[in-house]
Design a protein around this ligand. Structure first.
Ligand code: MRU
Length: 338
């Protein structure tokens, strides 16, 4: 299946609207920064590496839309947009990494005409996307060496095509293993409350003819205790200097269970997911999302009494001591630590 999660097209940002999947597959065009901000917040576009591209292309979009072309004003406006996009989602460091790359382009072109800066920003946006495509394929090749015939692997959330430009991190490993004709099965946790596992992972794996079985998040322990899981592969939203890793809430549960059941636990993530400014996972900002996602999403009627207190962190942190290895585009980092 050849699809692309995000691209620059017709002077707009073209994305797949992921909130409509798996029932509808639609591309939408984001024509201004407010639309992009809303698309990120509402998770029409999501997944750490895809957010790096979204942030970068957001700066390009702003450059195409800004009318004031005096260099000083133009740059001031672009920096304002970067600050604004930085407030869209806090956990995936890739978003900030993408914005930082664009800031460097602005700095390097600060004495050039607006038109020159605009085209430099577009080249950088395209470069970021191309680098992701290459990194994902390298991670996939490194990671697929860990998959053996007959393996039953478990994953959570969506770390696939839909979370990157067009291949995936954890799911990229499965695409490569399939290409190498390995026989394996995937179990996908549904991933409450926004169901990225059920809606997105099972969708893209089935479209790519990979044997996938959907489970509720709470069923992972049963499978592990019955010795039906051989390995776990997940993505990452931010990796601290000591290897502690933030990923979709529920990942930490899986890592603890994996340790108990002696199942290898692998994180697959590009170098853009590493945050060298953060010493340990305790410093990773965790996004808190709306109560309604738990009480109302995907149900015809609310599933909890009105006004009930709700706790809804979108991510959790898995300590490095629970991680068997981090698979990056530079190779496999075993037993990560400081
Ligand atoms: O809230 P989301 O859907 O953006 O969360 C995404 C994840 O947690 C992914 O596992 C992570 O971004 C890695 S994607 C390659």
């Amino acid at each position: 299946m050849k699809i692309r999660t995000i691209d620059w097209d017709k002077n707009s940002i073209k994305i797949i609207d992921q909130t409509k999947l798996p029932n509808e597959f639609n591309y939408i065009y984001l024509k201004d920064i407010k639309q992009l901000f809303a698309a990120i917040r509402s998770m029409k576009i999501r997944g750490a590496p895809a957010l790096a591209a979204a942030g970068a292309l957001g700066v390009v979009l702003a450059a195409y839309n800004i009318r004031r072309k005096k260099p000083g004003q133009f740059i001031k406006e672009l920096l304002r947009v970067i600050d604004y996009l930085s407030t869209s989602r806090p956990t995936a460091v890739n978003l900030f990494w993408g914005l930082e790359r664009m800031k460097k382009v602005i700095e390097a072109n600060k004495n050039n005409k607006a038109e020159v800066l605009k085209s430099a920003l577009l080249s950088e946006g395209r470069k970021i996307m191309q680098e992701d495509r290459i990194a994902c394929r390298k991670m996939a090749k490194a990671g697929s060496r860990l998959i053996k015939n007959g393996d039953r692997v478990l994953t959570i959330c969506n770390a696939g095509i839909l979370a990157t430009i067009d291949y995936g991190t954890a799911l990229g490993v499965f695409y490569q293993a399939k290409k190498e004709k390995k026989q394996f099965r995937v179990f996908a946790c549904e991933t409450r409350p926004l169901l990225q596992g059920a809606r997105l992972t099972t969708w893209e794996l089935s479209k790519n003819h990979i044997d996938v079985t959907l489970i509720c998040d709470s069923m992972a322990a049963v499978l592990m205790s019955e010795k039906k899981i051989d390995k776990i592969f997940v993505g990452a939203d931010r990796i601290a200097r000591n290897g502690d890793t933030a990923n979709k809430v529920g990942t930490y549960n899986l890592a603890v269970l994996a340790k108990w059941h002696r199942i290898p636990f692998y994180v697959v993530a590009p170098l853009s997911s590493f945050d060298n400014n953060i010493k340990t996972g305790r410093d990773i900002p965790i996004e808190q999302r709306s109560c309604r996602e738990i009480t109302h999403s995907y149900f015809k009627k609310p599933i909890a009494p009105s006004g009930v207190k709700v706790f809804n962190p979108a991510f959790d942190v898995t300590g490095h001591e629970l991680i068997t290895a981090i698979i990056t585009e530079k190779g496999i980092l075993r037993f990560p630590d400081r």
